[in-house]
Design a protein around this ligand. Structure first.
Ligand code: AMP
Ligand code: MG
Length: 306
C-alpha cells in the first residue's frame, strides 16, 4: 500500500496525519469524526471556540458541505484549488462535525492546490479538517521538519510535500447574505479577489471577523520590533530588499518580492528565533498584495492585535 493510501486509512481509523498544503503544513483529521477533531484541538492546544477549515478536493465536494451562492461559486471557480477559504452557511446534516465548526451554523471550506493534499483528499473521499500543524500561538510550519517538531507526536502519518510554495495561511472570506467580507488576509491577495466580486466589505468587529482572530498568534519566543529601519545591537534583523549580509541578518526577499517574503516568513522567524536574539527587528513591509497578510501575521506575532 502506498503512503497516501496508508494515510487515508489512518484517517478512517480516527488518526491524525501531517499533510502538506501550498499554504502551510496542516494537522489533518476526518472532519466528520468529532473524537479525531478533538484530538487536533488537543494536540495544538487550540481553544475550541476557534473553528477549523474543512479541506475538500474541489467545488463539487464543497457543495456537499456548504451552501455556496453565486458569488461563492464564482470565487471557487476563479481560485480553487488554491489559498482561498470560503465561509458559508453549513448544509443542514452536512459532514463537518459541530466541534470542527465550533458550534456555528457556518462552515469554512477550501480546496488546496498541493498535489499531495489533493491525492490524500481523493484517497480519503471526504472533508478533512487541517489547521496549521503548529501548537496554538506559534509560527506555522512550512516544512515537514518544522511540522513534526510542532505536532508530530500526535500524528500517525506524516507526508512529505517539500517547502510550502505560498508560506502563509489562506485568505478567509465569508460569503453570506449577498455580502463578501474579508475575515483574514492571506495567501491570495485582496486585489485578486476584488477583480471577481468587487470591493470587499470589512468585517465590523474582530469577533465577527472570525472567532480565531482573538488570540495572539504566529509568535516566536523572541520579542518582535516592527518597521525597523535597521537592527539595534543584539537584535536579529529580518530585512526586505537590498541589505548587507551579516551573522544575525535574514533577508525575506533581497529582490523586494512580496510573494517570496510570504513564502519565507515563518521559516525565517524560526531561524532568527533560534539565535535567541535580544529581539527580532523587522524591516517595513509594503501593504499591497501578499504584504497585507505578512503585516497581519507580524502584528499578531508582535502582540499588537488580539
Ligand atoms: P486556521 O485553521 O488557524 O488557519 O484558522 C482558520 C480561520 O478560519 C480562523 O481564523 C477561524 O476563526 C476561521 N473560521 C473557520 N471557520 C469559520 C466560521 N464558520 N466562521 C468564521 N470564521 C471561521
Ligand atoms: Mg493556524
Amino acid at each position: 500500500m502506498d503512503e497516501i493510501q496508508a494515510a487515508a486509512e489512518a484517517l478512517r481509523r480516527g488518526k491524525l496525519v501531517l499533510m502538506p498544503t501550498e499554504t502551510v503544513y496542516g494537522l489533518a483529521a476526518n472532519a466528520a469524526d468529532s473524537a479525531a477533531v478533538a484530538g487536533v484541538f488537543q494536540a495544538k492546544g487550540r481553544p475550541s471556540f476557534n473553528p477549523l477549515i474543512a479541506h475538500v478536493a474541489d467545488l463539487a465536494a464543497a457543495t456537499r458541505v456548504a451552501d455556496l451562492d453565486a458569488r461563492a461559486v464564482a470565487l471557487a471557480k476563479a481560485f480553487w484549488p488554491g489559498p482561498l477559504t470560503i465561509v458559508a452557511p453549513a448544509l443542514p446534516g452536512g459532514p463537518v462535525c459541530d466541534l470542527a465548526r465550533a458550534g456555528l451554523d457556518s462552515v469554512a471550506v477550501r480546496a488546496p492546490a498541493h498535489p499531495v493534499a489533493q491525492a490524500l483528499l481523493k484517497a480519503f473521499g471526504g472533508p478533512l479538517c487541517a489547521p496549521s500543524a503548529n501548537r496554538s500561538g506559534r509560527p506555522s510550519p512550512t516544512t515537514l521538519t518544522d511540522a513534526i517538531a510542532e505536532t508530530g507526536f500526535a500524528a500517525a502519518a506524516a507526508l512529505e510535500g517539500g517547502p510550502c510554495a505560498v508560506g502563509v495561511e489562506s485568505t478567509v472570506v465569508s460569503v453570506m447574505d449577498g455580502t463578501v467580507r474579508l475575515l483574514r488576509p492571506g495567501g491570495l491577495a485582496r486585489e485578486r479577489i476584488e477583480v471577481v466580486v468587487g470591493r470587499l466589505t470589512e468585517a465590523e468587529n474582530d469577533a465577527m471577523r472570525s472567532p480565531g482572530r482573538l488570540v495572539r498568534h504566529y509568535a516566536p519566543q523572541s520579542k518582535l520590533r516592527l518597521d525597523a529601519q535597521a537592527p539595534l545591537p543584539g537584535e536579529a534583523y529580518l530585512a526586505f530588499g537590498p541589505w548587507p549580509e551579516g551573522p544575525m541578518v535574514f533577508n525575506l526577499s533581497p529582490a523586494s518580492d512580496l510573494n517570496e517574503a510570504a513564502q519565507r516568513l515563518f521559516s525565517t522567524l524560526r531561524a532568527a528565533d533560534s539565535l535567541a536574539p535580544l529581539a527580532i527587528a523587522v524591516a517595513p513591509i509594503p501593504g499591497w498584495g501578499l504584504g497585507e497578510a505578512i503585516n497581519d501575521r507580524l502584528r499578531r506575532a508582535a502582540g499588537f492585535i488580539g
